[in-house]
Design a protein around this ligand. Structure first.
Ligand code: NAD
Length: 318
């Protein structure tokens, strides 16, 4: 066994980000226990790892306690797209809050280091741009997105209370829009939506006037940020923004995807949903100075990888 081999638990490991993280950790020579209830994730996402004896997959809902022995925990379990987290909002809050309590309890018992995948949604509809970690957010506590936003905010509170009260070693990352292969094809997120629509030759739906901006980070860059944050000194608790600060308007993204897919899709406009933020962009100064991290993959290169994944996926289902 390699001297640096660790036993790492990844909750939500069969999801989009989780499956890339599992792959990365296995590649680094660790033992990975992937836990998932398959609400939005699936076994296909980790199928390539199943033959590896250092990879283990377990069906489990983080709303219930888990008794395993590990050295590090990455807590990713939680549906991430509005369509999925609004499907059963009570369950979303339970997953964020009870899931955090259960994983923090496990980390406390094991004295394990624990990472929380928080979100830019803790900033709500921000009144400052770009958002630094010091910005406290503008969240509507009773709106349809609150189950996710407030669930994640409460999870952050729990992480910092366990840190102060029980001296737990915590890492909190606030993740901004990330895309790449293995995103869910029907999750309503803008990149997957546009690519699937373009590949099927359907109209590309833009909500609002398309001038709202998003900053898209490619998954490989994000996972590098996760691993660096976990490996940082214990005084680096976060919260720390991880995302790509290069802004693109939703309309520009649509045109880029039409160009890269060679699609004949037309653009169709629809009204903006409730509480949809107009602009959101990370200030990543802290990640740069503390972790020496910044995104490297340009939008176009990431889109090409993602398009080829969806092209194959849709081809299999045709
Ligand atoms: N992708 C992004 O742009 C983004 C942005 C901000 C935050 N995040 C956070 O990163 C994490 C992973 O997001 P993702 O994009 O991979 O989404 P995803 O939906 O693909 O992955 C979430 C995984 O968690 C699993 N899960 C959900 N509820 C569970 C439960 N109760 N018990 C066990 N497993 C459960 C799902 O089945 C899925 O495999 C989430 O916590 C999300 O909030 C993602």
């Amino acid at each position: 066994m390699a001297a640096t081999r660790k036993r790492v638990l990844v909750t939500g490991g069969a999801g989009f980000l989780g499956s890339h993280l599992c792959e990365r950790l296995i590649g680094a020579g660790h033992d990975v226990l992937c836990v998932d209830n398959y609400f939005t994730g699936n076994k296909d996402n980790v199928a390539a790892l199943m033959a590896n004896p250092h990879f283990e997959l377990m069906r489990h809902d983080v709303c219930f306690p888990l008794y395993v022995e590990v050295d590090e925990i990455y807590n990713l379990a939680c549906p991430a797209s509005p369509i999925h987290y609004q499907h059963d909002p009570v369950q979303t809050t339970k997953t964020s809050v009870s899931g955090a309590i259960n994983m923090l309890g496990l980390a406390k018992r094991l004295r394990a280091k624990i990472f929380q995948s928080s979100t830019s949604e803790v900033y709500g509809d921000p009144s400052v741009h770009p958002q630094t970690e010091a910005y406290r957010g503008n969240v509507n506590p009773i709106g349809p997105r609150a189950c996710y936003d407030e669930g994640k905010r409460c999870a952050e509170t729990l992480f910092f209370d366990y840190h102060r009260q029980h001296k737990l070693r915590i890492r909190v990352a606030r993740i901004f829009n990330t895309f790449g292969p293995r995103m869910h094809p029907n999750d309503g997120r803008v990149v997957s939506n546009f690519i699937v629509q373009a590949l099927k030759g359907e109209s590309i739906t833009i909500y609002g006037d398309g001038h709202q901006t998003r900053a898209f980070c490619y998954v490989d860059d994000l996972i590098e940020g996760f691993v660096r944050l976990m490996a940082a000194d214990d005084d680096v608790t976060g919260p720390i923004n991880l995302g790509n600060p290069v802004e693109t308007t939703v309309a520009e993204l649509a045109h880029k995807i039409i160009e890269l897919t060679g699609s004949r899709s037309k653009i169709e406009r629809r009204p903006l949903p409730v509480d949809d933020p107009v602009q959101r962009c990370p200030d990543i100064s802290k990640a740069k100075s503390v972790l020496g991290w910044e995104p490297k993959v340009p939008l176009e290169a990431g889109l090409k990888q993602t398009i080829s994944y969806f092209d194959k996926l849709l081809g299999e289902n045709r």
